[in-house]
Design a protein around this ligand. Structure first.
Ligand code: ZN
Length: 278
């Protein structure tokens, strides 16, 4: 299944074109995407009656909204790719590094973002959107708890992130628009193999990050098991799974975003999104 929020309404991208969920279900399922995650199992069964749109064509970015506009929690993983840990000057962690992006930072896939300072950085990530969720989810059952995957940017103001000692990750990653997600949610069955899902982030046309999802140190099912041992994962929650190497902070010399620059983020089988900094 390929699900998006088109002009504010839950919409399936099918072989026959765009299908408005509320209209096609005779009002059984909501136009409000957040409500779909609360009854994900029955919604999946209904939506499986439609054939997916081929390839990863997507509607115009300015018509697309956030796939979970007000999640109860946004969990994020630090240093989950070997070479990103190295470029950041950290050892590969023995346990996952977990922080939050506060939910008010979530945005749609094509919204402009306010440049908050001179050290704003990009971090393309794959984001898992929680469907049924729960607690103590074993890795073998993790995909049943996830609604699907999409692309996210874990924008980070490094000056705020690294102010003080010890450093605090969450605040510098939670400015308005610093957690854009999209363009579409793709269910696990409709995704290519992780080795074929290539993440790519370009800044002002220059490719900065490029890596397959298979390079994750801790794969998504293991992350869900680890997180849900502590936190109850709720419908619509977001899990940012970590960024591959190539962020501005890790470059020599360092390179940060400037006003007017556009960041384009894509992933094979999912689509692409872009934000311009103002
Ligand atoms: Zn990140």
């Amino acid at each position: 299944m390929r699900l998006c929020v088109l002009d504010g309404r839950s919409t399936l991208l099918t072989a026959e074109g765009e299908v408005d969920v509320e209209t096609a279900s005779g009002g059984r399922f909501s136009r409000d995407v957040a409500r779909l995650y609360t009854e994900w199992t029955v919604f999946r069964l209904w939506a499986d009656g439609f054939e997916d749109a081929p390839g990863d064509a997507q509607p115009e970015l300015d018509r697309l909204g956030a796939l979970s506009p007000s999640p109860s929690q946004v969990l994020a993983i630090g240093l989950n790719y070997v070479d990103h840990a190295a470029e950041s000057g950290f050892a590969v962690p023995e346990v996952p590094i977990v922080f939050t992006k506060f939910p008010s930072s979530v945005a749609g896939p094509g919204e402009d973002v306010r440049l908050t300072g001179d050290e704003v950085d990009w971090e393309i990530e794959i984001v898992a959107v929680i469907g049924t969720g729960g607690r103590s989810i074993p890795a073998e059952r993790a995909w049943e708890a996830i609604a699907g995957l999409t692309i996210g940017q874990d924008y980070s103001d490094r000056a705020v992130q690294f102010a003080g000692a010890p450093v605090q990750f969450s605040l510098g990653k939670s400015f308005a628009g610093f957690a854009p997600i999209g363009p579409v949610l793709v269910t696990p069955d409709a995704l290519p193999d992780p080795a074929e899902v290539v993440l790519e982030c370009a800044v002002a046309g220059e490719i900065m990050q490029r890596a397959p999802l298979a390079d994750l140190i801790l794969p998504i099912p293991a992350l869900i098991e680890f997180l849900s041992d502590v936190v109850e994962l709720r419908p619509g929650d977001l899990v940012f799974t970590g960024t591959p190497p190539g962020v501005g902070f890790g470059r020599e010399p360092r390179r940060y975003l400037a006003a007017g620059e556009t960041v384009r983020s894509s992933a094979t089988g999912i689509g692409w999104m872009s934000q311009t900094f103002r």
